[in-house]
Design a protein around this ligand. Structure first.
Ligand SMILES: Nc1ncnc2c1ncn2[C@@H]1O[C@H](COP(=O)(O)OP(=O)(O)O)[C@@H](O)[C@H]1O
Ligand SMILES: [Mg+2]
Length: 369
């Protein structure tokens, strides 16, 4: 068991490539923390510094309060599972899982017990005699997990371990990894570029962009209160809709004016520091906070505008409408029984209690304080 703490960690690769900047983060004991962000944002670099495979350029890393920054990988009591899990092809599953324990000179009987216990947790007891080539992708990935778990490390590191699996297997394996975390109660740091995987797996997520951590929080905190436009856009699918606009009106009741509509800025944004008026803002609205179904008379909390339906997608459990508001495209997520087809002119209702405003320049949320 261990907590993992980063203090002011930077990583600059030769050639002045700044892969990680000012990383300050504590992963709690037994927590499953997901590092998520687009390709190239520095996730693997951060994970490899925990493993000791990359040296931090500055700053320190602590396991349970002990500075491990200069410890070699073998002394860190971690196990890592990669996308390419390269099992030994000539060894059967049992030997693949036992290999690391043999290297560490564990007693033979103990190895047998550990491998069997681990195989049971992962549901691969019946595969122990098989060679890797006789396994499916999902089974192989399970063996790779087994090989890591069997050593009972203090910290597990996963770097996009499911990327090579097909969509269905990915969904199944991510549930299994979550279950594993609950079963074996070990600290895990999990890297992925897939925000759905991140949301479903993580106790908390650290969202990265261009080498820096943008926000750390539970899935629901990130979803409901993104601190900036990047996080708002990255988390959630279909993605948040964005519209540029300006604030005008008197200081008491500033009005947000986008090209296709305008409405008074809701109360909760008005205490934001700095004068709002004259500022360029970006309105952010999630697809489920837009409606084409709000009945007349139910006006409270909604702002209405006219749009034309373009493409509609019937998914069975929901409808997705792509609509056009004077040249602005937006995505609306609706209940499955809501009708609308190409060319229909409809009233679009925006739930003002759920909108976001971001600074037009910095992208910071007006509510981030
Ligand atoms: N060994 C290396 N030498 C130089 N640059 C590297 C090295 N490894 C990664 N980088 C660069 O650092 C940045 C972050 O890479 P990485 O941590 O692999 O991102 P991610 O895992 O989020 O895709 C990228 O710009 C990448 O090209
Ligand atoms: Mg990577």
């Amino acid at each position: 068991m261990a907590s993992v703490e980063f203090r002011d960690v930077d990583k600059i690769y030769p050639g002045d490539i700044r892969a990680a900047s000012d990383i300050n983060l504590t992963v709690e004991d037994r927590e499953l923390l997901v590092l998520v962000g687009p390709s190239g944002c520095g996730k693997s670099t951060v994970l490899r510094m925990v493993a000791g495979l990359e040296e931090a350029t500055s700053g320190c890393i602590f396991f349970d309060g002990i500075n491990v920054t200069d410890l070699p990988p073998k002394d860190r009591d971690i196990a890592m599972v990669f996308q390419n899990y390269a099992l030994y092809p000539h060894m059967n599953v049992y030997d693949n899982m036992a290999f690391g324990l043999k290297l560490r000179k564990h007693p033979k009987e103990e190895i047998g017990e550990l491998v069997l216990d681990t195989a049971r947790i992962l549901g691969i007891e019946q595969l122990l005699e098989r060679k890797p080539k006789a396994l499916s992708g999902g089974q192989r990935q399970r063996v790779a997990l087994g090989r890591a778990i069997v050593r009972k490390p203090s910290v597990f590191l996963f770097d996009e371990p499911l990327s090579n699996l097909d969509a269905k297997m990915r969904v199944q394996m991510r549930t299994e990894i979550r279950r594993l975390n609950l079963d074996i109660q070990t600290t895990m740091i999990y890297v992925t570029h897939d925000q759905v995987e991140a949301m479903t797996l993580g106790d908390r997520l650290a969202v990265m962009d261009e080498g820096t951590i943008q926000q750390v929080g539970t899935p629901i905190e990130l979803y409901n209160r993104p601190v900036n436009r990047f996080v708002g856009e990255f988390i959630g699918s279909p993605a948040m809709n964005f519209f540029e606009g300006k604030l005008s009106g008197t200081g008491e009741t500033p009005v947000f004016k986008a090209s296709f509509t305008s409405f008074p800025v809701p109360e909760r944004f008005r205490s934001s520091p700095g004068s709002l008026v004259g500022r360029t803002l970006t309105l952010g609205v999630r697809p489920e906070d837009l409606y084409i179904s709000v009945p007349d008379g139910n006006e409270g909390g909604f702002h209405h505008t006219e749009v034309v339906i373009d493409v509609s997608e019937t998914l069975g459990n929901e409808m997705i409408f792509h609509v056009d508001a004077g040249g602005h495209r937006m995505v609306v997520r609706e209940d499955p029984d809501v009708n609308g087809s190409y060319g229909d002119r409809v009233r679009l209702s925006i739930d003002l209690d759920r909108i976001h405003f971001f600074d037009g320049g910095t992208g910071a949320s007006l509510l981030a304080g």
